[in-house]
Design a protein around this ligand. Structure first.
Ligand code: 5GP
Length: 185
């Protein structure tokens, strides 16, 4: 993989702008504030992809919430899921009897989310809801329902706002589509 000096040269098109991300995450945060009124809430971000989403979303939530992280991996170094979930770093908090909101960057086949929901339920979570910035509706294989969805995206490989290709491009402040030659290089 040969990288350009700056990411702009590697992006074919901007799919979702910074402003759109900002506005949609504000809407979701208000919805979360109202849905969890009077309830305890533990927000769990899935590393590394959800870093930007959880940071932006949590900074817009007015409610007092706890935040924790879990690191999972389903993709190898390619653009296709390996079909196998690995728990790389576990949570610090005990989830027993807690209301959990999982924050994810993107739901593709749904495998990662299905695995995590079952994991949290097996640890005795009182409730588990999902907030995903992006969802590839057509790619769904596993049946997982996300209560909060930022944007539906087509079946293309996207990067930016935390989403990577070979660990790069996470720092792009918008959601973009990579030029094909980046994969082919
Ligand atoms: P799933 O388990 O739903 O098939 O895949 C979820 C995970 O795959 C996401 O957390 C993300 O890390 C990765 N993923 C799926 N689609 C894309 C994509 O278009 N771009 C990037 N960068 N990662 C993706």
């Amino acid at each position: 993989m040969t990288l350009s000096e700056t990411y702009e040269n590697d992006i074919k098109k901007v799919l979702i702008t910074e402003e759109q991300l900002e506005n949609r995450l504000s809407e979701l945060a208000s919805q979360i504030d109202s849905d969890y009124k009077g309830k305890d809430l533990l927000v769990i971000g899935i590393l590394k992809g959800a870093i930007f989403t959880i940071t932006k979303l949590a900074s817009k939530i007015k409610k007092n919430v706890e935040i924790d992280f879990i690191t999972l991996s389903s993709y190898g170094s390619d653009t296709k899921s390996s079909g196998d979930i690995k728990l790389i770093m576990d949570l610090d908090e005990n989830v027993k009897d807690r209301n959990i909101l999982v924050v994810e960057d993107i739901i593709d086949t749904g495998l990662t989310m299905k695995w995590l929901i079952e994991y949290l339920q097996s640890k005795g979570a009182a409730s588990v809801e999902v907030c995903t910035l992006l969802r590839k509706k057509e790619a769904h294989i596993y049946d997982v329902s996300a209560k909060y969805v930022g944007f539906e995206v087509p079946e293309v490989f996207v990067v930016g706002f935390g989403l990577d290709y070979n660990q790069y491009y996470r720092n792009i402040p918008y959601i973009g589509v990579l030029k094909e030659e980046i994969y082919e290089k």
